[in-house]
Design a protein around this ligand. Structure first.
Ligand SMILES: Cc1ncc(COP(=O)(O)O)c(C=O)c1O
Length: 406
């Protein structure tokens, strides 16, 4: 399929370019020392991860340890409650071991670390889901694991902090700035710059300098590849629309990778938080402008000095002032439509899915659920496939304390 002069038949092979660009977005804007480390990872990724041995081992791990493939569930009662005849489906990444899609790239990254002879994995985390996934992978492969996490998120996501510690990871509290995800990334990169000879940075999304956006997308694309085949087997056709929430954008890119070359409408959902004022949301693609942060060029929210702006969302995993460079590219191209869902709509969807389907979604994923419901209300027929990126156990105490039982 050709869309806006881009050939999607060969898109995944051609993007990013060898130096990590999706159009003008992406690249690698880092110190020469970190560039040496990135070159080592790029080389390892292009050789080791393409080898039969690596691919077979990762496939076995996915089957035997992660519990893949995850199913697709027909959300029958939710669809009936909307009443337009549109059918909603969910790709159940909440059933992936450790409760979210994050383990898909963590097992790949940690397996690569092992092949490269590294002793430690380092990462940042927001909601704690990436931290838990990486701590899980580190335990599985016998690697040390340092997870950097903002103080605010540590307080908000206590169950995940406990899980990381039980799994043997060291959780390093970050007290700079707003004490959330952006500061955690800054701190983790600073640590990595000192330790890169023995450690590997395992970024939590399709972010950062090349090759991370490529690597994480490829490891996550198992979601979209599985989903496309499963949906065809279940219904005999493709979904009319696919929906995923976008923080950094890893669950969305994984899902979208399976459908970019199909006549399917694709929607990325960003968090509108408390409203449209700068500082009240984290909808970078909707309200941001081009800029460089954390080693890559993308669309981001900036303050009056051009620095990354403070951001907010009820979902710790979505409150990041930018999104992966591939999302910026697909946004400009118009192949993916990016829209927003606010906190209130998110919490409503959290309870609606729980009550009607017996699935408690992560607050991040609830953004996609809310958007899927809105979309189904506007459509007159067809189907919507939602990527249910994670389960909501980590969020239950916070939701009950802040919003009560609805
Ligand atoms: C369940 C869940 N979904 C989505 C996200 C957002 O990350 P990404 O946009 O990289 O998928 C997170 C981040 O922590 C998460 O925990």
């Amino acid at each position: 399929m050709i869309f806006n002069n881009v050939n999607f038949d060969t898109y995944l092979k051609n993007y990013p370019t060898d130096d990590g660009f999706f159009g003008k977005y992406g690249g690698s804007y880092i110190s020469p020392e970190l560039q040496t480390a990135m070159n080592e990872i790029t080389h390892a990724y292009n050789t080791i991860c393409k080898s039969r041995k690596f691919i077979d081992e990762l496939r076995r791990i996915r089957r035997e340890f992660q519990g893949r493939p995850t199913p697709i569930s027909h959300l029958q009662r939710l669809s009936d409650s909307i009443g337009t005849g549109v059918q909603l489906y969910a790709k159940r990444e909440d059933l992936n071991h450790s409760g979210a899609h994050k383990l898909n790239h963590c097992m790949g990254e940690a397996l690569l670390a092992k092949y490269m002879g590294k002793k430690k994995v380092i990462a940042e985390t927001g909601a704690g889901q990436h931290g838990v996934a990486l701590a899980t992978a580190a335990a599985y492969f016998g690697l040390e694991c340092d997870i950097y996490m903002g103080k605010v998120d540590i307080e908000k996501q206590a169950p995940n902090v406990a899980r990381m510690k039980i799994l043997g990871a060291r959780v390093v509290e970050v007290t700079d700035g707003l004490q959330t995800l952006k500061e955690a990334v800054d701190a983790a990169f600073a640590a990595y710059a000192k330790e890169y000879k023995d450690a590997i940075y395992c970024i939590g999304s399709v972010l950062g300098p090349h090759p991370f956006p490529l690597m994480v997308r490829d490891f996550q694309s198992v979601v979209g590849i599985e989903a496309r085949e499963q949906f065809m087997n279940m219904t005999g056709e493709l979904p009319d629309a696919v929906v995923a929430c976008v923080g950094g954008g890893s669950n969305a890119m994984g899902m979208f990778a399976g459908f970019l070359n199909d006549p399917v409408d694709i929607y990325g959902v960003e968090p509108l938080g408390r409203g449209t004022a700068l500082g009240d949301h984290a909808a970078s693609l909707k309200y941001g402008t081009e800029g460089i942060m954390h080693g890559f060029n993308s669309i981001m929210l900036k303050d009056e000095n051009g620095e990354p702006a403070p951001v907010y969302s009820v979902a710790s995993g979505l409150d990041y002032p930018s999104s992966g460079p591939e999302h910026a590219f697909l946004h400009d191209l118009g192949r993916v439509k990016y829209d927003v869902i606010n906190d209130e709509e998110t919490i409503d969807a959290f309870f609606t899915l729980s009550r009607l389907e017996g699935i408690i979604p992560a607050i991040e994923s609830s953004h996609a659920v809310a958007y899927g419901i809105k979309l189904a209300q506007k459509m007159s027929k067809g189907s919507v496939l939602i990527n249910l990126s994670g389960r909501g156990d980590k969020d239950m105490d916070y939701v009950i304390e802040k919003y009560g039982i609805r």
